[in-house]
Design a protein around this ligand. Structure first.
Ligand code: ZN
Length: 159
């Protein structure tokens, strides 16, 4: 069986930046299960997985635009503290759900100076080329319900 659209694919992955630092890994955890062909994982990784078989190991280096996107300067904004109504303690590193230019997204506070709060709507890994070390551990056909929902129903996830 090969990785193709409408397959539930389980992978182990390690995510590394160009400096060789490990940013994320599934190795000490359960494998990541996703529905192939639905854009549920980042596009460059999904493309690289096409046609792979169980047991295949490979690595793929993605430019930022194929991973979490380019860093967009306009997504960094200075806004007045008063915009954070109802939040007593603002701290650098806090994240909020907010409407950004292309829909709802996560913004992160990166600087606080008096009444001015600098927020960054870029993904924390935007602008970073990434290498994925991947091993395909399982492939199965997705169920009809999973296809209807556009995602996999794993352990503890049956919505
Ligand atoms: Zn569902």
């Amino acid at each position: 069986m090969q990785v193709a659209d409408n397959m539930a694919v389980s992978i182990h992955y390690t995510l590394i930046n160009d400096e060789g630092e490990v940013l994320d890994s599934s190795q000490d955890d359960e494998a990541l299960v996703y529905l192939h062909g639905e854009g549920n994982i980042i596009s460059g990784l999904e493309q690289a997985l096409n046609g792979k078989a169980v047991g295949d190991k490979f690595n793929v280096r993605l430019d930022a635009k194929d991973a979490y996107g380019e860093f967009i300067e306009e997504r960094v904004q200075v806004i007045p503290r008063a915009m954070f109504e109802g939040i007593d303690e603002l701290e650098v590193g806090m994240q909020f759900q907010a409407d950004v230019s292309d829909g709802p997204g996560i913004v992160t506070i990166i600087k606080i100076e008096g009444d001015e709060v600098t927020i960054d709507g870029n993904h924390p890994l935007a602008g970073v080329p990434l290498t994925f070390d991947v091993e395909v551990v399982a492939i199965r056909a997705a169920t009809e319900e999973e296809l209807e929902h556009g995602h996999i129903h794993g352990a503890g996830c049956h919505h």
